[in-house]
Design a protein. Structure first.
Length: 367
């Protein structure tokens, strides 16, 4: 399908209507039919997140919804307590790799790690923070050793973990440290309709332009291209690049970033078997006809990426970390301490994160 965009041309003197013809996009990964050989996939490991949040509840609801090829980390007695309070009929078993039957299993398997202090829904306790960190470390180690096919992480509250010495600004940076390869962790937000990547994340808008270097662009595009091929099964993915300024700078009249930096960089930068185009005006990049012409969008800042993906499908969007040597997905929401005690949380995003992790693992193994 072809979309018409107001985008910045290779010539800095003009704005043109771009005939934006990309690859024919394969069926969105979250809409794919189950793979025939799903039973051969090793289980996914699901970290507990903060036990005072909605993580334990949505983990159980995801299992009930059919996500049985997962192993839950946490205190099995606490999971039983949550199931009883939420009136969820679940049989539990401590995880044993020999007896685990994947999607055929009728028991919810838990890699039992007791909490130092009994959790209270809605009230995080710093006494459990160390175990939250340990669970993440154990989950990563299990995936890197090949015991599990992918890591799915429940939400944490980093401010609680700072109290016990967490030296990283967030979950993603901590995972990159545990990976140990020094690569840039790249955050992708994905649902069945759209994949977006913010080049800059948690910095003020006033600092975005000055913080972007050619090395940031090249490394991020390389990681995106590799991830789309390896984990999403795209032979020649198309990455569209959004401009920073309104109308992608309007030939320099609304900002010089596109004219002076972004367009020249994209004109010279190439990746093998990856199509890269842009910069495009972000205001005409996310409607249905546009989405059909590319496989992912590299955005220049946080809200430019997250607003459209959450508008398209708020409840089924998934946080994916590219650039690691293992697969990591996560629901795209927080701990929701303020509503955890209600025990009526929606598990949609976690279910989508589990499905996406399974598909990524199967693609990575060539199945």
């Amino acid at each position: 399908m072809v979309g018409i965009f107001c985008g910045y041309s290779a010539k800095p003197s003009s704005i043109i209507a771009v005939n934006f013809k990309g690859n024919i996009v394969s069926e969105p990964v979250l809409h794919q039919q189950p793979f025939a050989n799903i039973q051969t996939l090793k289980p996914l490991i699901l970290t507990p997140g903060d036990p005072a949040g909605i993580g334990p509840e949505i983990s159980l609801r995801a299992w009930l919804a059919g996500s049985h090829n997962i192993v839950l980390q946490g205190d099995i007695s606490y999971f039983r307590e949550i199931a009883d309070k939420a009136k969820l009929a679940i049989n539990f078993a401590e995880y044993d790799a020999q007896s685990f039957a994947g999607n055929r299993d009728t028991n919810c398997h838990v890699l039992h790690t007791p909490w130092p202090v009994p959790p209270k829904l809605g009230t995080p306790d710093a006494a459990n923070a160390g175990q939250i960190i340990t669970a993440i470390e154990q989950g990563v180690a299990g995936v890197k050793k090949g015991q599990f096919s992918a890591l799915v992480t429940n939400p944490i509250a980093t401010h609680s973990l700072y109290q016990v010495g967490l030296a990283y600004p967030g979950h993603t940076e901590f995972l990159a440290h545990l990976d140990g390869h020094g690569k840039r962790p790249v955050m992708m937000l994905a649902n069945a309709e759209l994949r977006v990547i913010p080049l800059t994340v948690h910095i003020p808008l006033s600092e975005v332009e000055s913080s972007i270097e050619d090395a940031d662009l090249s490394e991020t595009l390389l990681i995106i291209g590799d991830g789309l091929k390896r984990y999403f099964g795209l032979a020649r993915p198309h990455i569209a690049v959004a401009g920073l300024n309104p109308h992608a700078g309007e030939a320099g009249y609304l900002g010089r970033f596109e004219v002076d930096k972004l367009a020249p960089f994209l004109a010279d930068f190439t990746l093998e078997d990856v199509q890269i185009s842009g910069p495009y005006s972000a205001d005409s990049l996310f409607h249905k006809e546009a989405r059909d012409t590319y496989d992912a969008v590299l955005c220049m800042y946080h809200d430019q990426a997250l607003i459209p993906v959450k508008t398209v499908d708020f409840f089924n969007s998934v946080n994916v970390t590219l650039g690691l040597d293992f697969i990591r997905t996560s629901p795209d929401h927080g701990t929701a301490f303020d509503r955890a005690a209600r025990l009526n949380a929606r598990p949609d995003s976690l279910i989508a994160a589990i499905k996406l992790a399974e598909n990524m693992a199967l693609n990575a193994h060539g199945n």
